[in-house]
Design a protein around this ligand. Structure first.
Ligand SMILES: O=C(O)C1=C[C@@H](OP(=O)(O)O)[C@@H](O)[C@H](O)C1
Ligand SMILES: C=C(OP(=O)(O)O)C(=O)O
Length: 409
């Protein structure tokens, strides 16, 4: 589906949007629910990634296709490896077969798991014969993806003696590890995270509880970007959020103050208000703790005509696409001066927006959604605009609620 997107006729926006549950929290809780059926979940993410996770958890044998969902791939690998009577092949989209899984497979094998590669060593598809995992200690590199660590932590309470993880190297995407431990704590599982060691206690059953998923902060990022590019006075409210979020992307509240966006809580709604212009002409951000909002911020900076230098982007190359190269290609088409390394991005200040560029989305939901706010500066086309469903199926409908003109072409 190709879309044409142009700005609302009025760029002083006042609107309310409801966002569904965090896909990261949802996919963790779905796995925990499979291990501990006393858990009930509310405000589930309606994303494709949560859907494939739910479907995957129903299967006991045969092939599970998790499409583009990184968390589902990694979390289900650990789950099936620890389930004695299940035997599956886990596969996914072409891109998924290029996203590394060796660190997790090695760690699970060292715990006693039986996993083999069906094609390329180190990458999906993988065949898993579930087994009772009896070892209790494992050491793994922590600088490639935190999802490997979260996957092990999620199955840890179901192992007879719990698990001790030794994290080697610089730990990346730390808030996602803390989110996993936070959710374990919410269901009554004890853990500790000191230095490079994480310990999780075993738990044979949990007390029945209803876990209400907080809405997705990564999805909120696109509205932060929109508000930053609108007139002073613009106000968008989003539901439902907490001040004490488990999601690292809630750092948006702080980051967007630099671009004149103020966040206030009204009960469980956040109100994003444009109160002024960017405080500087050049910004530096380290996004090692919040990699999923890098694209949003880069495009906001371009739209605002400010320069930015971003570090901590080493995980971007192995996500839905090589996000650094994709950002470079699409921003360059729009007229930007941008350079990237394998972990940084440098954008020069400029405000020359080429009109009606067709943004390529590279099977990456965040490429589409991150560029959409730029329609406030110049009209754009989006190729394969349906990619948004990976995390936010209602995205284009919500853009229409804000009175953006969304036309299928
Ligand atoms: O655990 C999670 O839910 C996630 C962890 C992050 O991945 P990395 O740890 O690979 O950076 C993030 O990019 C991804 O969207 C979701
Ligand atoms: C990187 C992402 O997802 P995943 O790794 O779970 O595919 C994302 O949603 O930005």
């Amino acid at each position: 589906m190709k879309l044409h997107l142009s700005a609302p006729s009025e760029t002083l926006i006042k609107s309310d949007i409801a966002i569904t549950g965090s896909k990261s929290e949802t996919n963790r809780l779905l796995l925990l629910q499979a291990l501990f059926p006393a858990i009930k979940i509310e405000n589930l993410s309606n994303s494709d990634d949560a859907q494939v996770m739910q479907e995957g958890l129903q299967i006991s044998s045969g092939t599970v296709d998790i499409h583009h969902a990184g968390t589902a791939m990694r979390f289900l690998t650990a789950y099936f490896a620890s389930q004695e009577n299940k035997e599956v092949t886990l596969t996914g989209s072409k891109r998924m077969t290029e996203r590394p899984i060796k660190v997790l497979v090695d760690a699970l094998r060292s715990l006693g798991a039986e996993i083999s590669y069906k094609k390329d060593e180190g990458y999906p598809p993988i065949a898993i014969k579930g087994k009772k995992l009896t070892k209790t200690q494992v050491s793994l590199p922590a600088n490639i993806s935190s999802q490997y660590i979260s996957a092990l932590l999620l199955i840890a309470p179901s192992l007879q003696n719990g698990l001790e993880l030794e994290l080697v190297g610089k730990i990346t995407s730390v808030p996602y590890i803390k989110m996993t431990l936070g959710l374990l704590s919410q269901i009554g599982v004890e853990s500790s995270f000191e230095g490079n060691t994480i310990r999780v206690s075993p738990k044979s059953e949990v007390v029945a509880s209803t876990q209400v998923v907080e809405s997705d902060w990564s999805s909120a990022s696109y509205f932060y970007s929109i508000v930053s590019l609108c007139e002073v006075g613009t106000e968008i409210s989003l539901s439902a959020y907490h001040k004490d979020s488990l999601q690292g992307d809630s750092v948006l509240q702080e980051i967007y103050t630099h671009f004149g966006v103020e966040t206030t809580f009204e009960g469980h709604r956040i109100v994003l208000k444009k109160v002024g212009n960017p405080k500087d002409s050049s910004f530096t951000f380290d996004l090692a703790n919040a990699p999923d909002i890098a694209q949003t911020i880069a495009v906001s900076c371009y739209g605002l005509g400010v320069a930015c230098y971003m570090t901590g982007l080493h995980t971007l190359k192995i996500k839905e696409t090589d996000r650094l190269e994709a950002l470079k290609a699409e921003l360059t088409k729009l007229g930007a001066s941008i350079s990237v390394t394998d972990k940084t991005l440098t954008l020069e200040a400029s405000q020359d927006f080429v009109k009606d560029v067709a943004i390529d989305t590279y099977n990456d939901h965040r490429m589409a959604m991150a560029f959409a706010p730029l329609a406030l500066k110049t009209s754009l086309y989006f190729n394969d605009a349906e990619v948004v469903s990976k995390s936010y199926p209602d995205f284009w409908r919500d853009m229409e609620k804000l009175k953006f003109q969304v036309k299928t072409v």
